[in-house]
Design a protein around this ligand. Structure first.
Ligand code: HEC
Length: 242
């Protein structure tokens, strides 16, 4: 876990370094931009541009929540307070019961529709992890007033969204301590992307360019398939007089 946290931290640092360095990398004469040295090289040999990211700048980036709850702040909120908050801040777009208004997204409902032509993908029917709900709401909602919710308010609203999806009872309180106990119904509907092991080796080999088949057998001729015009004109059959 410490390792995961470290790499996120490093990414945030190198991102800031790159942002700071980008004006120098833009070449006005159109010549190719030289490859950026590694973050380590820059840190040990500064070019006089950029600066070390401040702890609060790193904290502003490093706020994502992992499926196992890593990154969650301490706090809690219950369904009842979540309902009140949801009514004030969210219901105008997402409906009183998170069912969605007009074309605004529904956050509840849609169970069993994933294999339909027009599946209704909500937190209850589709999302794999509750951490995404907490993270998304805390980071980007309410629409137009993002990042205005406290941690406790976000726990309460998340609890209410669970309740709207019939996943918890009305006396439920969500907190950083019981967060990991909530499993969303579609958690098993996602699989690890294992194509790097299972598919790439098959496609990454040298392509065969000659004598790839032992024997070539002609099974049909165009004339037999009746796609060759017999009278010498290009008009397909039945197209006369069109
Ligand atoms: C002014 C309308 C509006 C308000 C108010 C609003 N939202 Fe949203 N919400 C949106 C829109 C629009 C999207 C889709 C954004 C997108 O796809 O980029 C969205 C998306 C979401 C999603 C992701 C839905 C999905 O399946 O992708 C969640 C969760 C969410 N909002 C929760 C909330 C919560 C909680 C509140 C209240 C704190 C809130 N929203 C307030 C408009 C609103």
């Amino acid at each position: 876990m410490a390792a995961v946290k470290m790499s996120k931290f490093r990414n945030a640092v190198s991102l800031l370094v790159l942002l700071a360095a980008s004006p120098a990398a833009a070449q006005s004469d159109g010549s190719p931009v030289p490859a950026a040295p590694s973050a380590e090289a820059k840190a040990s040999a500064p070019l006089g541009i950029g600066r070390t990211a401040l702890p609060e700048e790193i904290a502003a980036w490093d706020k994502d929540i992992s499926p196992d709850g890593l990154g969650l702040p301490e706090g809690s909120g219950d369904v009842a307070s979540g309902e009140a908050l949801f009514t004030d801040y969210c219901a105008s777009c997402h409906g009183d019961f998170a069912e969605g208004l007009d074309n605004w997204p529904a956050l509840a409902g849609g169970e069993g529709t994933l294999d339909h032509d027009d599946p209704e993908k909500t937190i209850g029917s589709y999302w794999p992890y509750l951490s995404t709900v907490w993270d998304y709401v805390h980071r980007s909602m309410p629409f137009g007033n993002a990042q205005s919710l406290t941690a406790d308010e976000t726990y309460a609203i998340t609890a209410y969204i669970l309740y709207s999806n019939y996943l918890v009872e009305d006396d439920f309180t969500l907190s950083h301590t019981n967060f990991g106990e909530v499993e969303l119904p579609n958690a098993g509907g996602f699989v690890e992307d294992d194509r790097a092991e299972t598919e790439y080796p098959i496609f990454a080999g040298e392509p065969c360019m000659e004598n790839c088949k032992d024997a070539v057998e002609i099974t049909k001729h165009a004339s037999v398939l009746d796609v060759t015009p017999e009278d010498g004109s290009d008009a397909p059959e039945g197209a006369e007089g069109m």
